[in-house]
Design a protein around this ligand. Structure first.
Ligand code: CP
Length: 311
């Protein structure tokens, strides 16, 4: 099994073989979770820095747990308490961390392309933990892994993404990964929240959720970014709930074994009802658990160019 990349910037840059290599690498790390000592010496002596310019619960915490389980030293840079607030640029912050011999920087930023700027400038491995509306590759990978684990395959499955596709980096990474792996991907949501050219990515579009869910094997519900209502992209939360909330009643119209997913954080009562989120179809907590194993695999597979550190 080989993987030659320094960085993970997005799933659009990987091919099917790369995705299969990552999926194959996750299982041994997941097996580690059942042991009393959940650690491997893989990254002894390596330093992993998390650099989050936006809030996070799942991604930052699971990267920290993943890196610690691989025996790396982990530093969580608190951006609000760092020299960023004094005006230090992204690139100078990156160079400062590289000068401290960071081997991996995991970055979340509101600006599309911020991880790529660091990746071009530094020898350090850069992992995109979400950039603007662009991509959230490790979320896409953990969703892919969860689908494969629960359904036994990805190829030929009907996977439906519901909600704010336009602003969702999770949706973009899911679409790149799932289409490459041979799934039939569809999106459903209000016309104002679906990019007009999305079909070019090989995706089917539904504006009627009840119609869309009938044939789905997997339904992945996306968070409604409530701030979008101020941009008048949907008329009211009430109307969104009426037309697009995934409820237990709606779920009853889907296949009985449909897999229900949500990347989190959930707005219960808005894009998903509590009875649906807590139903036996839901794999939302499994997604979180798989996130650690997937991020361990990504840290294991990437190759920082820091040969100067190896002496
Ligand atoms: N799914 C996801 O990215 O969650 P966080 O914002 O909590 O990291």
């Amino acid at each position: 099994m080989s993987f030659i990349y320094k960085d993970l910037l997005g799933l659009q840059y990987l091919d099917k073989k790369d995705l299969e290599t990552i999926l194959d690498s996750v299982k041994p790390f997941k097996t580690l979770f059942t042991r009393s000592v959940k650690k491997a010496p893989t990254l002894v002596g390596k330093t992993v820095v998390t650099l989050f310019y936006e809030p996070s619960t799942r991604t930052r915490t699971s990267f920290e747990i993943a890196a610690k389980r691989l025996s790396a030293d982990v530093v969580n840079l608190s951006v609000n308490a760092s020299s960023v607030v004094k005006g230090e640029s992204l690139i100078d912050t990156g160079k400062t961390l590289a000068a401290m011999n960071a081997d991996y920087i995991i970055i979340r930023h509101s600006m599309t392309g911020a991880p790529e700027i660091l990746a071009r400038a530094l020898d350090v491995s850069i992992i995109n933990a979400g950039d603007g509306f662009h991509e959230h590759p490790t979320q896409g990978l953990l969703d892919l892994y969860t689908i494969h684990e629960k359904k036994g395959r990805v190829e030929g499955l009907n996977v439906l993404l519901v909600g704010d596709i336009l602003h969702s980096r999770v949706a973009k990474s899911n679409i790149w990964a799932l289409t490459k792996m041979g799934a039939n991907v569809a999106v459903a949501g209000p016309p104002t929240l679906i990019p007009s050219n999305i079909q070019k990515l090989g995706v089917k579009v539904f504006y009627n959720l009840d119609e869309a869910i009938k044939t789905a094997d997997v339904i992945n519900i996306l968070r409604i970014q409530l701030e979008r209502q101020q941009e008048n992209l949907f008329p009211s939360v009430h109307e969104y709930v009426e037309l697009y909330q995934l409820t237990k009643t709606r779920l009853a119209k889907a296949k009985s074994d449909v897999l229900l997913m949500h990347p989190g954080p959930m707005n219960r009562g808005i894009e998903i009802s509590s009875d649906a989120a807590d139903s036996s179809n839901a794999a939302i907590n499994e997604q979180v658990t798989n996130g650690i194993a997937v991020r361990m695999a990504v840290l294991f597979l990437l190759k920082p160019n820091r040969s100067k550190n190896e002496n």
